[in-house]
Ligand binder design. Structure first.
Ligand code: CP
Length: 311
């Protein structure tokens, strides 16, 4: 039986709102879009407009959404810097959303506050996509991460996945963990003790997937199929002295990777600071720039599904 479109007119606020079937549906759409002719693809979202409201800096999320919309024949408008909008004059988020929804078909928002995307979705009559909210969630990054794993490893079930870095403040980690919990995987959480994942993760996920915590990447590297690296989120530390204590607590380099499986893949949501040495970029393990291309394809699938284009 053909599955209906579970994304039609839907907000994407939290990865927790989506099932394994929903994600597999989306990955199927991404593959089908890729296989369309350029002409077919270029008309999918003709006449549709994406609004983007970015209250925090971004390279990949904003530009991949824009690239995806343009790839499918749609248009984009918005701001990448709130100081160029009436937010600077004191306009609140609700009024900004109530205005922008009159000009567009779907909105992607990035905000420094937890809960901002959820609030925007409550206010808006148009679908809202969370492009990253505070330390809370980054659901479309998790969708991209899983799509990258499936494309590069062929499966997700059965894999051992290490997640290394700032597990406390990194919002991509939270969305990724909930997304991975829909699959049969073993997860090694590797971090400095000050950067451990929030305890709610164990409460929510311990019964669904195998989770273990480690101090040192070398301890678990030989058994990993995927290593997901994140940077230390300097901007989220309430005290910069605490950041200084952990900023250089881990680096992935070719020496460490001598212990890795031949077919290990390394992912990173990016931006990178210094947690992966540049020498790794040209190694057989690196997939983090390919991951940015999967991000465009996945977001094209998401936009066309929300806007119910016939793919
Ligand atoms: N992965 C990610 O969210 O990157 P940007 O901050 O550049 O959008």
């Amino acid at each position: 039986m053909m599955m209906g479109n579970p994304f039609k007119n839907r907000d994407v606020v939290s990865i927790k709102d989506f099932s394994k079937d929903d994600l597999l549906y989306l990955f199927g759409v991404a593959d089908r879009i890729e296989n369309l002719s350029e002409k077919e693809r270029g008309h999918l979202l003709e006449g549709k407009i994406l609004g983007y409201l970015f209250f925090e800096p971004s390279t990949r999320t904003r530009l991949s959404f824009e690239a995806a919309m343009l790839w499918l024949g749609g248009k984009c408008l918005g701001f990448a810097e709130p100081r160029t909008s009436s937010v600077e004059k004191g306009e609140n988020l609700a009024d900004t959303i109530r205005t922008v929804e009159n000009y567009v078909d779907v909105v992607v928002i990035r905000h420094y506050k937890d809960g901002a995307a959820k609030f925007a979705a409550e206010v808006s009559n148009k679908p809202i996509i969370n492009g990253g909210s505070g330390t809370e969630e980054h659901p479309t990054q998790a969708m991209t991460d899983l799509y990258t794993i499936i494309k590069e490893k062929g499966v997700i079930d059965g894999l051992k996945i290490g997640i290394l870095g700032d597990l406390k403040y990194g919002r991509t980690v939270y969305s990724l963990l909930y997304a991975l919990s829909l699959f049969n995987v073993k997860i090694k959480l590797i971090s400095h003790p000050m950067l451990r994942v929030r305890r709610e993760i164990f409460f929510d996920l311990e019964k669904k997937i195998a989770l273990s915590e480690h101090d040192n990447v070398e301890e678990v590297l030989p058994e990993l199929d995927v290593l997901y690296v994140t940077r230390v989120q300097k901007e989220r530390f309430p005290d910069l002295a605490e950041y200084e204590k952990v900023r250089s607590s881990y680096v992935v380099n070719l020496k460490i990777l001598q212990k890795a499986k031949e077919d290990l893949i390394i992912l990173h949501p990016l931006p990178r600071v210094d947690e992966i040495s540049y020498e790794v970029d040209s190694s057989r393990y690196a997939r983090y720039f390919k991951q940015t291309l999967y991000g465009k394809k996945l977001r094209a699938a998401l936009l066309s599904s929300i806007l119910d284009a016939k793919v």
